[in-house]
Design a protein around this ligand. Structure first.
Ligand SMILES: [Zn+2]
Length: 347
């Protein structure tokens, strides 16, 4: 039987429904959990996050979100569980770390590949830690992340081996591959959009994963569409059997306006579908449902990720795709069938 592993337990994969593959119910940078100014009322925030999710379910049919917050980036299992309970939306948590440039705590830099793999497997099969205790809330997918800071405008530096993936990130990626071999779950990734100008960071990630025996047909490469990406780079990733995540729909990251980025994304999607890659695409926003840093400053340009309406895809982006000739069936395949296949675990 195929299941998806949610924060409320395993559910039959057929119940996944429309799935957004890269979202954040709570997102802040490592260390934000220590900031007095960012303290928040748990019940109030769960209500707000669950309200957005419930609206997504009732008004647009959203069935599942993959909560992509890495372990050290204020990942909050109790908040995910409560928001899933109150909204009726499946929430799939991930285990994994941020890029070394922004995270990957020193404690974990000192662990071996075996220890890192064991950490990930325990998150996936026993439960994640919160505030010093085992929660019993399991992650349902793995995450890897490479490259420079989100605000950077130039590619991340090449290492001695020529890769834009640091030696420590490579160790983590190998551990993620081993954990996937053991559990059989999805690996969902973050690449640095700047890096597509000088390499194909998705292929760099896939090479390392494949070298460690991962199933690359259950890998989603994230942020590949945003900037500097040639269509041949997207084909190259899809030809390996991996899936391409179209994210930042409605969020003009590294672009002047929403309309500008949406236009680029839509052109790339139509091209991919015309070239036979409809089964290699997933959709999402990369929305921050709640960022406690908003209590400190609301002027941060990155808060664009918090402003996209939950129904934006359905109200604005899907109509654009339909107008460009994509069929309802293909959109449904990308929203429902592809994520279900990728999230499925043999139980
Ligand atoms: Zn994200």
């Amino acid at each position: 039987m195929k299941i998806i592993r949610t924060v409320l337990g395993d559910v039959p994969a057929e119940q996944a429904g429309i799935t957004l593959t890269h979202e954040h119910l709570l997102y802040a940078y490592p260390g934000a959990d220590l900031d007095h100014r960012a303290a928040f009322d748990f019940e109030e925030i769960v209500d707000r996050v669950a309200g957005d999710l419930r609206n997504g379910r009732e008004s647009y049919g959203i069935g599942t979100v993959i909560e992509m917050t890495p372990a050290e980036v204020y990942r909050h299992p109790p908040l995910m569980r409560a928001a899933a309970e109150r909204s009726g939306v499946n929430v799939v948590a991930v285990t994994g770390f941020f890029p070394q440039s922004m995270g990957l705590p020193y404690y974990w830099r000192r662990q071996t590949v075996e220890e890192l793999a064991q950490f990930f497997v325990t998150d996936l099969t026993v439960g994640m830690m919160w505030s010093g205790s085992q929660t019993g809330i399991k992650a349902g997918a793995l995450k890897i992340a490479t490259g420079g800071e989100g605000v950077a405008t130039t590619p991340s530096p090449a290492g001695p081996d020529g890769l834009r993936i640091t030696a420590l990130e490579q160790r983590v990626i190998r551990a993620v591959a081993r954990a996937q071999r053991e559990v059989g779950c999805l690996i969902n990734t973050h690449t640095d959009p700047n890096d597509y100008a000088v390499t194909n960071p998705g292929i760099e990630q896939l090479d390392l994963l494949a070298d460690e025996g991962a199933d690359v047909s259950k890998v989603i490469i994230g942020h590949a569409f945003i900037q500097n990406t040639g269509m041949h780079q997207l084909y190259e990733i899809a030809d390996r059997g991996a899936t391409l995540n179209v994210d930042h729909i409605g969020i003009p990251w590294k672009h002047g306006s929403t309309d500008e980025l949406d236009g680029i994304l839509a052109d790339q999607i139509v091209d991919l579908v015309e070239h036979g890659y409809a089964d290699r695409i997933t959709f999402s926003y990369d929305r921050w449902f709640f960022n406690p840093r908003a209590k400190v400053t609301d002027l941060d340009p990155e808060f664009l990720n918090a402003r996209v309406p939950i129904g934006y895809f359905f109200d604005s982006f899907a109509p654009r795709l339909l107008k460009m000739g994509l069929s309802e069936d293909v959109i449904r395949q990308i929203l429902v069938d592809n994520p279900r296949r990728l999230l499925s675990i043999d139980a």
